[in-house]
Design a protein around this ligand. Sequence first.
Ligand SMILES: [Zn+2]
Length: 454
Amino acid sequence: MISIKSENTDYLIYIGYNLTEIKQKYAVKSTSSFVSILNDNKQISFFEFENKVSRNLIIRTDLINEKIKQLPKDQNMQIMLVFDTYQEIRNALPVVYNFPIYSKKTSGPQRKVYLDFVCKEKVDYQELNVLLNGILKTQLLVDMPPNELNTNRFVQEAKDLVAKLNNEHVSIKVIEGEELKSKFGGIYNVGKAAVEPPRLVVLSYLPPSEKTICLVGKGIVYDSGGLSIKATLFMCGMKHDMGGAASVLASFESIVTQKVQKKVYALLCLAENAVSSKSLRNDDIITMYSGKTVEVNNTDAEGRLVLSDGVAYCSQNLKPDLIVDIATLTGAQLITTGLKHAAILTPSEKTEQFVIKCGKDSGDLVYPILYAPEILLDNFKSKVADLKNSVKDRMNAQCSCAGIFIEQHLGDYKGEWCHVDIAGKCKLIVGPASHEDRGTGYGASLLYEIVKQY
Ligand SMILES: [Zn+2]
């Protein structure tokens, strides 16, 4: 368990790229990157890393993560992050994912970890606490197995949050059953084969404000691939396929708790992509919320189907200035922007720069990908419907294509839109949303920052 607090523990570690002053305080002369001393029977370590970064990183959090993994697993400890700026602290905060909450182990060490900061700038502890909770909550939901976190439980999590927030501007609407079936062809068809039914959850936070932002999360609580079933190796870890919806729910909590003065709708597109005699088939043609028809050629490309209904609902009903959808959408994201940066796709250069800035400020980094629908749309051509759901050519900017499919459902929407791909997860590959079989808590801080700065 990790919390933001200064507490006296047997073990203390300072982490930063410039520990000169701290080391002087303890009369440590060594300049090696990792030094430990005994001070009044207390072990104190100093991890000073070389923060050589290019323009797309702020802090080498990868080095911090590596070091944290080597620390004793059974000891209570105090971690002090030492940085010059609040932005650097924010960038280092996601390393708390190394102390996950979820476990079903019946034995093993229990430890308490306290986190505190040494910073030349003013540190907003209230905000950091809220962000810490957002990261840990996202990670907890991602780590929960699908036999616990099914669609019913996810809806309950959202309802419980609304009750907990107890805010006059907050409400919740759950679209399900006949209404979902008759209008939301994407969400309904993807989830119809599962025991627990699909839902669209719409959380609203509507304080007085001129600006309205919609956050739309992919919430596939389990992705077997459907009839285009995944091989075992690729199916393990697919509980993580709701990482987008988890970050939307967690950021909603952060936004309301911090009383950010923007109108916010948080949409959770919840479904289990299961196999049964009722499954969506390849060759089926479905009608989406946008009115567009889709010939299914890969039931494992289901994320774009549920998200498209989500963004179409926003554009038609909620009058947003900005729609952000976030999803563990494609394995191709990893090839495109790597393990640490989520891929962002948007028609607007201004929106692109804005989201990059929010990524840098929050520590949930992003990098833009090719936006060229005039060329890429050809990938989804169908002889019998408006679109197919999976690309013709996997070697043609696949990550961009998935986002461009979603854009087709925005209709005549004139506001801004940004698609965030936080990647898929399987035994072989990991992305921003998960690492070494654990959620990273990616997304909650990014979405909070986008809403705060918009
Ligand atoms: Zn899939």
